[in-house]
Design a binder for this molecule. Structure first.
Ligand SMILES: Cc1ncc(COP(=O)(O)O)c(C=O)c1O
Length: 393
């Protein structure tokens, strides 16, 4: 039989963890596995600004007819001042974009278009978001990895510069724009300057994945690195997700932007991106992008969204500060977590220690030691630190 030729694939490890967590009867269990924002109460609510925008959509949307592979260009344009700066969001007409099904769709499109343009090899710091490697493998692109971070919890600038300096014009380097997943370790402003110079010098193609803007240091601050690179290079791709900073996870809201040398280059590149999108998903789901467009075109809703984003960022900063203030837990130094950004951090724990934390303490995290910072609250933080101290001797 044809289907007998397929071999079973390992289920997604985090989804398996969700099931284990759900089946655990302990009332003080802690979920640090799934990568979504949570409030102090442990909820992942719909943003009030999104609810309001959805209501506008219900009241005013008069058709659900096809839009085209580029999706809602009102959404794509409304986002640009936030990503590329309000002074000149198109960088003199050199940036344009299209809507994608989430940041995943944007990453997929960026890599597929790079491949179509002749890129065969992609360099990427590890550990990284696991789907990066899966998409590269699915496309048949060669992945060459380098270490993203040093043991002291800071980014390894020398490693990335060495990679960019030695990469050729037919090679791409994939970087996280901010809130690195899974380490939380971002490049500093000084690092980004050097990275931008290196790209300008080597001709390697920059692909920047910006999935968490606003969840690190602030909206502007989180985009500063990618803007520094774009200011110095002739061409680049940006993959963007609104699924975290608008809380739209399951509505799949993202955008793919291209920096090109001129309008002609952009037109040709987007005719190819449209063809790739058409063959893959035809067009992106509309609802979530339309809600973002409504928010960003309405000053009151924009203010509401910004306030909600501030609350999220502040809460994660408070958790990070509390972890850092604890100093050490067993042999683990928690202080670097205070300097890192976003939803995630990597704890230097063994798989066995992860299993013990789960079995004996009801603390659930990925086998890699990645924790979701937003799974911690002022109520469960003392238990988490005490359990870590007991297990990671
Ligand atoms: C680094 C990174 N890029 C892209 C994505 C994809 O985001 P989305 O859920 O919008 O597809 C994620 C999601 O976890 C991510 O962590």
């Amino acid at each position: 039989m044809m289907l007998d030729r397929l071999s079973p694939q390992a289920p997604d490890a985090l989804l398996a963890l969700i099931r284990l967590y759900a089946a655990d009867p302990r009332s003080d269990k802690i979920d640090l596995g799934v990568g979504v924002y949570r409030t102090e109460e442990g909820d992942t609510p719909v943003f009030a600004a999104i609810k309001a925008a959805e209501q506008v959509l219900v009241d005013t949307q008069d058709s659900k007819s096809y839009l085209g592979p580029e999706g809602d260009m009102g959404f794509v344009h409304a986002l640009m001042p936030y990503v590329f700066g309000s002074a000149d969001p198109t960088m003199g007409g050199r940036i344009s974009g299209m809507q994608t099904p989430g940041g995943t769709g944007a990453v997929r499109l960026a890599l597929a278009l790079a491949q179509r343009a002749g890129v065969k090899r992609v360099y990427m710091g590890v550990p990284s978001w696991p789907n990066h490697a899966q998409i590269l493998a699915d496309l048949g692109l060669e992945l060459v990895t380098f270490q993203h971070a040093r043991h002291d919890g800071t980014a390894d600038l020398d490693a990335v510069l060495d990679i960019i300096d030695n990469a050729g014009p037919d090679e791409a380097v994939l970087l996280h724009g901010c809130c690195h997943n899974p380490t939380g370790i971002d490049y500093t402003a000084f690092d980004w300057d050097s990275i931008a110079d290196a790209f300008a010098g080597s001709g390697a193609f920059p692909i920047i994945d910006a999935a968490y803007q606003g969840l690190g240091q602030g909206l502007e601050e989180d985009a500063a690195g990618l803007r520094t690179v774009l200011a110095k290079v002739p061409e680049a791709f940006i993959a963007y997700s609104c699924d975290k900073n608008f809380g739209q996870y399951r509505d799949r809201v993202g955008a793919f932007y291209i920096l090109g040398q001129d309008q002609t280059a952009l037109d040709t590149a987007f005719s190819n991106a449209n063809a790739l999108a058409r063959a893959c998903w035809s067009m992106p789901p509309d609802h979530g992008g339309a809600a973002v467009r409504i928010i960003l075109r309405d000053p009151d809703l924009t203010a509401q969204w910004l306030a909600e984003l501030d609350t999220m960022r502040t809460r994660m900063r408070q958790v990070r500060d509390a972890l850092a203030a604890a100093g050490t837990a067993g042999r683990i130094d928690l202080t670097p977590l205070g300097l890192q950004n976003g939803l995630f951090a990597m704890l230097p724990v063994t798989k066995e220690e992860v299993a013990t934390l789960r079995e004996e303490h009801g603390i659930y995290m990925a086998a890699s030691g990645r924790i979701n910072i937003a799974g911690l609250t002022s109520a469960n933080l003392p238990k988490f630190i005490a359990a870590l101290a007991a297990v990671a001797q």
